[in-house]
Design a protein. Structure first.
Length: 716
């Protein structure tokens, strides 16, 4: 019988599994691609030294430029081609390097090498993004945040391409282009940028009940996280983990931020569009530069195959989550983001994630949304990154060696040696062979799921319930969160020009989530909502659970002042001792003290000491801070109270529910600004020690929630 070399074990050469398992390996693999121009001569791309980088070659000093100027042509030519298409969705993003460290328990669920032993580190690259806006849009728009992680494992790359919300707008990939066309800026005038508050979005979702659950999430404060370190991440779909025995279990992936969860206030988020459109990416960048790293735990909800049908929803339906009360989240590892990219374009822009990038031990479910995604990412990246060789771009390269018979195409970097690029062949020895899955370090094997079915274009009845989990989410919110959701629907629909679209959302969608929600939003629009659900029973669904604590942002508030930014307002005449004492206290708790003054000129303290400001009042306005302390000192307090910007600072901080403390004469600023001085969340005292603990406790709760109903009256 003829030899079939492609079934032979790969025993005639070294296996491609040599790999350093420490978290620095991605760095090492990138090293030959990094370029530091410092100390080098300026040369053309062909290596020729450049004598004059200021003047083009001309016929005479004032004469026409000569076509012969190959140096000018190369420079302009390269510049002209600098831009590549931005991502069709998730165009705006920011990323960081780091590592993932497995816990001891991870190996029992998956044979993937990154989980094989407790303490094992794998390099990662994580990109956070907004979905709707273009690359130059704002960070703090109301939108879903992408949370995409590339694990550079010794067995190849695994991408966990998730979002900061655990469900999605649709059940079937066939509806993704419709949804994106509806939410993106409208095609005739490209307005609005980065927002869902417009006719086409609300037209679509009000005609598309399966989106109701996810739309509710995006109307919650989750849609504008305070910091990437304060948001959860979710794989959304059910995936499979396969253990060493070949047992398959369904899993949902969760990232739990160790710094707790919290978000901005909508008014604050909008003001940040102008004050600091880079708010989230700047905060991540600065924190990492300062050694204040971002940390998350990776958790899984595990569902045995036998339990696939035990829920009152279908686990293949991406508009449903599995309540944590029903299946608790088991932590299996920790991720630390500790290094900024060297180059935004080379790394953050060119990185190509795909849910289809998996390694042995991780597999897909039949979720029809996930199945569509498996095609879409690779397809779009062929266009975005100019052809099929984007896996060779340093940020996308696996850290393990990889060889196959794929060849050529635009921008090929590898210089493949040898004559035969096919297999089997009898010309070149030692060509790459497949590795049977059963071997140690074996090849990828898809779980042997038995499928016996008709080919149909249809939706399972088990996908019919569109509202029960939206109700579950609504019931799980605190009163403050509910008020914010009502305000969000009210605001968004106020931007919809067509009355019939507003009416449809209020009369035909919202009552099925909750009649009270519909009534309140309706009232704000002068539309009478039905006082009972209107959808057919099947669509309304039934949840075996009334509420789930984990669905409220308040369930995981930071609880302490670590990582928080606190403005200390000061002017000439400030009490310098207080400034020192405040800075020491804040630093002790891991918070950042920022001295904010009327201008950038040094401030002269009451004892004659010169104090250097960190920022001025309108340079780092209150929306960029988590809390405000007005320092004492007669002259300082008077100057701040006399300043419109000083008064605005504390008014705005009050409106955004921030903890405010005033020491000694600092109280004068609050009085001049009309900020109430005798209520929860406002701390007055002569000495730092008198106010600090209560102030810090309030800051640990992120905001002074009891102020929520009053704060809107503040004019700021
Ligand atoms: C059928 C449904 C979906 C389709 C067709 C789809 C398609 C796409 C496409 C074409 C991109 C741009 C990729 C690139 O240019 O590199 C993208 C990016 C992204 N998608 Fe999806 N998507 C879908 C659903 C989802 C879901 C459910 C999630 C979350 C679980 C998600 C998370 C992301 C993230 C995080 C990115 C940005 C990745 C990055 O940072 O580069 N997508 N998606």
């Amino acid at each position: 019988m003829a030899k079939t070399p492609y079934t032979e074990p790969n025993d005639d050469g070294p296996h491609d599994t040599e790999f350093k398992t420490d978290a620095g390996s991605k760095d090492q693999s990138l090293e030959s691609h990094r370029s530091d121009a410092r100390g080098h001569d300026l040369r053309t791309n062909q290596g020729v030294r450049i004598a004059d980088n200021h003047n083009s070659l001309k016929a005479g000093e004032r004469g026409p430029t000569l076509m012969e100027d190959f140096i000018l042509r190369e420079k302009l030519n390269h510049f002209d081609h600098e831009r590549i298409p931005e991502r069709i969705v998730h165009a705006r993003g920011a990323a960081a390097h780091g590592y993932f460290e497995a816990y001891d328990n991870a190996a029992q669920y998956s044979k993937a090498a990154l989980f094989s032993e407790g303490g094992k580190q794998t390099p990662v690259f994580v990109r956070f993004s907004t979905v709707q806006g273009g690359r130059g849009s704002n960070d703090t728009v109301r939108d879903v945040r992408g949370f995409a992680t590339k694990f550079y494992t010794e067995e190849g790359n695994w991408d966990l391409v998730g979002n900061d919300m655990p469900v999605f707008f649709m059940q079937d990939a066939a509806k993704f282009p419709d949804f994106v066309h509806a939410v993106k800026p409208e095609p005739h005038n490209e307005i609005p940028q980065g927002q869902s508050a417009h006719d086409t979005f609300w037209d679509f979702v009000s005609l598309f009940p399966e989106s109701a659950h996810m739309v509710l999430w995006t109307m919650s404060d989750r849609a504008f996280p305070r910091h990437y370190r304060n948001m959860e991440g979710f794989g959304v779909h059910s995936f499979r983990l396969i253990d060493r025995q070949g047992t398959s279990r369904f899993v949902k992936f969760h990232w739990k931020p160790l710094a707790g969860t919290c978000s901005l206030i909508w008014d604050e988020a909008q003001k940040l569009w102008g004050r600091d459109p880079d708010f989230n990416r700047r905060a991540m960048w600065d924190d990492i530069e300062n050694g204040d790293f971002l940390e998350y735990e990776l958790g899984i909800q595990v569902v045995e195959e036998a339990d696939e049908h035990k829920f009152d929803f279908d686990i293949l339906d991406a508009t449903k989550l599995i309540p944590e009360e029903q299946v608790p989240v088991t932590p299996i590892g920790k991720m630390v983001l500790n290094r900024n990219p060297d180059n935004y374009f080379a790394e953050t822009e060119q990185v190509a994630f795909s849910p289809g990038h998996v390694v042995p031990g991780i597999d897909f479910s039949n979720d029809p949304l996930l199945q569509g995604r498996l095609f879409s990412y690779l397809d779009t990246q062929m266009l975005r990154l100019s052809g099929p060789n984007f896996h060779e771009i340093p940020i996308n390269r696996p850290v393990c060696p990889f060889h196959n018979n794929q060849r050529d195409a635009p921008h090929r970097q590898t210089i493949n040696k040898g004559q035969a690029s096919y297999e089997p062949n009898s010309i070149d020895d030692g060509w790459p062979r497949q590795t049977p899955a059963a071997e140690e370090n074996g090849g990828y094997e898809t779980h042997h799921e038995r499928i016996d079915a008709h080919k149909v274009r249809a939706r399972s009845d088990s996908f019919g319930d569109h509202y029960s989990q939206a109700r579950l989410f609504w019931n799980s919110q605190t009163e403050v969160e509910k008020e914010h959701i009502i305000a969000a629907y009210t605001f968004e629909l106020s931007k919809v020009a067509r009355p019939y679209i507003r009416e449809r959302q209020i009369k035909e969608i919202l009552p099925n989530i909750d009649p009270e929600l519909a009534r309140r939003v309706g009232e704000n629009h002068g539309i009478e909502a039905p006082n009972a659900p209107t959808a057919p029973e099947g669509e309304l669904g039934k949840s075996s659970q009334e509420s789930s604590e984990a669905l409220s942002l308040m369930a995981r508030l930071p609880g302490n002042i670590k990582h928080r930014k606190v403005a200390i307002l000061a002017a000439d005449g400030v009490d310098a001792k207080q400034l020192d004492a405040l800075a020491a206290k804040l630093e002790e708790g891991g918070a950042q003290a920022v001295i904010v003054t009327p201008s950038m000129a040094p401030v002269t303290a009451s004892n004659g000491q010169s104090v250097l400001p960190d920022a001025m009042l309108n340079g780092l306005p209150s929306v960029t801070m988590d809390a405000v302390i007005v320092a004492g000192g007669d002259g300082s307090a008077t100057r701040l109270a006399d300043s419109g910007q000083g008064r605005y600072y504390v008014q705005e901080a009050y409106k955004h529910l921030k903890a405010i403390a005033a020491l000694g004469e600092g109280k004068r600023l609050l009085e001049a600004a009309g900020v109430p001085t005798e209520e929860e969340g406002i701390y007055l005292g002569e000495m730092v020690e008198e106010v600090f603990d209560a102030f810090a406790k309030a800051l640990g709760q992120h905001r002074v929630w009891s102020r929520d109903s009053r704060a809107n009256d503040m004019p700021a």
